[in-house]
Design a protein around this ligand. Structure first.
Ligand SMILES: Cc1ncc(COP(=O)(O)O)c(C=O)c1O
Length: 459
C-alpha cells in the first residue's frame, strides 16, 4: 500500500498492543535515578545506553568525579560572586581566557549566562548594540534557518524556525526571518546536484537580503550542523557562500555551537570543522558537560570594540544577570575543558566517527525502513522513511519515529525521535564496545519498528 494513501493512524497504539507496554501517559515520566559512564538507570533498576547524552549535553557521561570534586571545592572556597560593578573572581577569569585561547577564530571577550537560550538572547542584543554603536540602529533583523532550534526565551524562540516554539505564543517577534533548512536529501529538487542545491539556497538568501534591504539586517545565525532541526549537515559550499554574502552586505555571523561545541563533530568547535568565522559564538551544554548550568558568548574584536564605544557613551551595559559567570559553574566548566584537552576528546571523536556513522549506515543498508543516515563526528540522524528518495515520508500522524523511540527504550537504548529522525548524540567517552552495543540494540529496534509499521499497514 502506498504510504501517502494510508489512513492516518497512530502506531504508538499498535506497538503498545504488540509489546504490552504502557503509554507514557499511562506510565508517567520515566524516572532516571543514577548514571555512570554512558549508562543511566531508572527507578526500577533498568539500565539504558544514553545515546543522546540527555539533551545533547552530558559529553563526559555520568559520574565524572573530577567535575563533582571541583564543584565541591569551589562551593567551599567561594560559592558565589558576581561580575557587576567592576567585580570578578579567578574561576571566571581563567575560563574566559581559556575559551579565547581555543576559539575557532579571533575572539576578544566572553559573556556568560546560564543557558543556551539566554546566550543566544544576549547574542542578538549585542548584535543590535553593535549596529547602534556603528550609527546604524535600523540594522535589526535576524535571519536563521527554518527548523533550527535556538532556545526558548522570547528572542531565541523567535530565532528558532520551529512551529511549536511559535504557535500559540504570537511568535516569532517581528524582524525574525527564516530561510530554508539546508537539507539536500529532503529539499533538493529532482536532478539537482548537491552543489547546485547549495548555490540555489545561497541565491535565495541573497534574494531575502535584497528584498528586506541589507541596511535592515543585523545578523545571520546558524549552527555548524543543525541538531534539533533533524541533525542536518549543510551541503558543501553552502556555508562558504553564506559567509561571502554576509561579508558583502555587512551582516554579522552568529554561530550557535550549543550542541556542536567541545569536540562533538571532531574539532573543539564545529566552526572549525565547517569553516565558519563567527562574530558571535554561543556555547553551553558540553561547556560543563551539563554538570551545572552555564553558557558563554564569545565576542569578536569588532563586536567588543562597539561594546566599549557604546557603553562609554551610554553608561551601564544593561545585560547583567545574577548568575552570569557563577564561580562554581565556571570552575566546573574549566575542569571540563581540561578533561577535553587532556583526553584529546576531539581526536577521540574523529577516531570513533567511522565506527559510529559507518555502523549506522550498515544498519541503513540492512533495514529498508531507514531512508537516510547523516551526521558528523558523534552526532547522527537516522531518518525513517518509506523509501530512500527523501520524498516519501511516513504520515506524521503515524508517529513512526516516536514508536521507534519507545521500542528502543524497551531494549535499553535512549535516543530521541525528532519527527521520524532518530537523533543520536552519545557521550564522547563512549567506548568502541559500547558503540557496538548501541548499534546492536538499534538493529533490534529497527527490525521491531519495521514489523510494527508493517503490521499497521504503513509499509
Ligand atoms: C542549538 C541549540 N541552541 C540553543 C539551545 C538552547 O539551550 P538551553 O536549553 O540551554 O537554553 C539548544 C537546546 O537544545 C540547542 O540545541
Amino acid at each position: 500500500m502506498r504510504p501517502n494513501s494510508l489512513e492516518a493512524r497512530d502506531l504508538t497504539g499498535v506497538v503498545h498492543g504488540l509489546t504490552n507496554l504502557k503509554t507514557h501517559q499511562e506510565r508517567g515520566p520515566l524516572v532516571i535515578e543514577s548514571g555512570k559512564g554512558v549508562w543511566v538507570t531508572d527507578t526500577d533498576g533498568r539500565r539504558y545506553i544514553e545515546a543522546m547524552s540527555g539533551l545533547w549535553c552530558a559529553s563526559l557521561g555520568w559520574g565524572e568525579e573530577r567535575l563533582a570534586d571541583v564543584a565541591a571545592q569551589q562551593m567551599k572556597k567561594l560559592a558565589y560572586y558576581h561580575l557587576t560593578n567592576h567585580r570578578s573572581h579567578p574561576p571566571v577569569i581563567e575560563l574566559a581566557e581559556k575559551l579565547i585561547s581555543i576559539a575557532p577564530s579571533p575572539m576578544a571577550r566572553v559573556w556568560f549566562a546560564s543557558t543556551g537560550s539566554e546566550a543566544n538572547d544576549c547574542a542578538v542584543r549585542l548584535a543590535w548594540y553593535h549596529w547602534h554603536a556603528q550609527g546604524q540602529p535600523e540594522k535589526r533583523k535576524i535571519i536563521a534557518h527554518k527548523l533550527a532550534y535556538h532556545g526558548n526565551t522570547i528572542v531565541s524562540a523567535s530565532m528558532s524556525g520551529v512551529d511549536y516554539n511559535h504557535n500559540g505564543f504570537g511568535l516569532p517577534l517581528p524582524g525574525f526571518l527564516h530561510v530554508e533548512c539546508p537539507h539536500y536529501w529532503k529539499n533538493g529538487r529532482p536532478g539537482e546536484t548537491e552543489t547546485d542545491y547549495a548555490a540555489r539556497l545561497v541565491g535565495e538568501l541573497e534574494a531575502v537580503i535584497l528584498a528586506e534591504g541589507p541596511e535592515t539586517i543585523a545578523a545571520f545565525f546558524t549552527e555548524p550542523v543543525l541538531a534539533a532541526g533533524g541533525v542536518v549537515v549543510p551541503p558543501a559550499g553552502y556555508l562558504d557562500g553564506v559567509q561571502a554574502l554576509l561579508a558583502k552586505y555587512e551582516i554579522l555571523l552568529g554561530v550557535d555551537e550549543v550542541v556542536t561545541g567541545f569536540g562533538r563533530i571532531g574539532d573543539m568547535f564545529g566552526s572549525t570543522t565547517m569553516g565558519l568565522k563567527p562574530d558571535l559564538l554561543v556555547c553551553a551544554k558540553a561547556l560543563s558537560s551539563a554538570y551545572i548550568p552555564i553558557s558563554a558568548l564569545l565576542l569578536s574584536p569588532r563586536v567588543w570594540d562597539s561594546m566599549v564605544t557604546q557603553s562609554e557613551r551610554l553608561g551601564v551595559l544593561g545585560l547583567t544577570m545574577t548568575y552570569s559567570g557563577h564561580p562554581v559553574a565556571t570552575a566546573v566548566a574549566r575542569e571540563a575543558l581540561r578533561i577535553y584537552e587532556e583526553d584529546d576528546i576531539p581526536g577521540r571523536v574523529r577516531r570513533l566517527e567511522e565506527r559510529f556513522l559507518g555502523g549506522l549506515r550498515a544498519l541503513a543498508n540492512k533495514h529498508a525502513i531507514v531512508g537516510e543516515v547523516r551526521g558528523k563526528g558523534l552526532l547522527a540522524g537516522v531518518e525513517l522513511a518509506c523509501d530512500r528518495t527523501g520524498k516519501a515520508p511516513f504520515p506524521r500522524e503515524a508517529k513512526v519515529g516516536p514508536t521507534a523511540q519507545m521500542i528502543g527504550e524497551t531494549h535499553g537504548l535512549m535516543f530521541r525521535a525528532i519527527g521520524d529522525t532518530l537523533a543520536f548524540c552519545p557521550p564522547l567517552i563512549i567506548s568502541e564496545g559500547e558503540i557496538d552495543e548501541l548499534l546492536a540494540r538499534l538493529d533490534t529496534t529497527l527490525r521491531q519498528t519495521a514489523e510494527t509499521v508493517k503490521a499497521a499497514g504503513a509499509m
